[in-house]
Write a protein that binds this ligand. Structure first.
Ligand code: GRF
Length: 203
């Protein structure tokens, strides 16, 4: 059984989907043993608590800088012997210290087809740019924002008269599918990283 930690800051719909997919066996050989939030009122954190998970709020204001904060998180993750860290709407840029403490063991979901539209408001960026297709990306986390090796992507068509809300909702449906699929591939040892290319292992 691989031990997962989820870091979140808000709604937590990706986390909830991952949790449900573990319960129902869509993701095999994994358990969520820790949920951490930098927001005390994150709905995702409440859901985790109500589900009986180990759910921890860490207040950034209690730490002198970003690295001290990340050191506290890394300590928790190491204590629980976490195998894979899943960022799911975690609205903080993680430090080099954190990335280097869990090499190729931190993944993130982003609501665009990277490398297009990194950073905040990716769905709005796509709409305003006028692309005809956008989507979502699950990737390994490295020191640059929304940059690491790409694990899975899914395409979403931009419609005439689309709105940020409508487009975001359609992208989110795909996020919920590919994030779980990516986790299943990693915990069941189906992929490896070759430079910055993620390759499937031959079966
Ligand atoms: C998602 O769109 C994800 O791609 C982005 O933040 C949002 C989080 O949504 N990183 P939720 O909290 O998982 O519902």
């Amino acid at each position: 059984m691989k031990k997962l930690a989820v870091l979140l800051s808000g709604r937590g719909s990706n986390f909830i989907k991952i949790y449900e997919n573990i319960q129902s066996g869509v993701i095999k050989n994994a358990e969520i043993v820790l949920v951490i939030s930098n927001k005390h009122d994150a709905p995702g954190l409440t859901y985790a608590r109500e589900s009986g998970l180990n759910a921890i709020y860490l207040n950034p204001k209690d730490y002198s800088d970003r690295e001290q904060y990340d050191r506290a998180i890394v300590e928790l993750l190491k204590k629980e012997k976490i195998d894979l860290v899943c960022l799911a709407g975690y609205m903080r840029i993680i430090t080099k210290f954190f990335v280097e403490s869990f090499p190729n063991k931190i993944i993130n979901i982003h609501p665009s087809l990277l490398p297009a539209f990194p950073g905040l408001d990716a769905q709005r960026q796509a709409l305003e740019y006028g692309v005809k297709y956008t989507g979502c990306t699950v990737h390994f986390v490295d020191e640059k924002v929304d940059h690491g090796a790409i694990i899975l992507q899914e395409v979403v068509e931009v419609l005439e008269d689309d709105t940020v809300e409508a487009l975001s909702a359609r992208i989110l449906q795909k996020e919920h599918i590919i994030y779980s699929r990516a986790i299943d591939l990693i915990v069941n040892d189906r992929i490896y990283i070759d430079g910055r290319i993620v390759r499937f292992k031959k079966v």
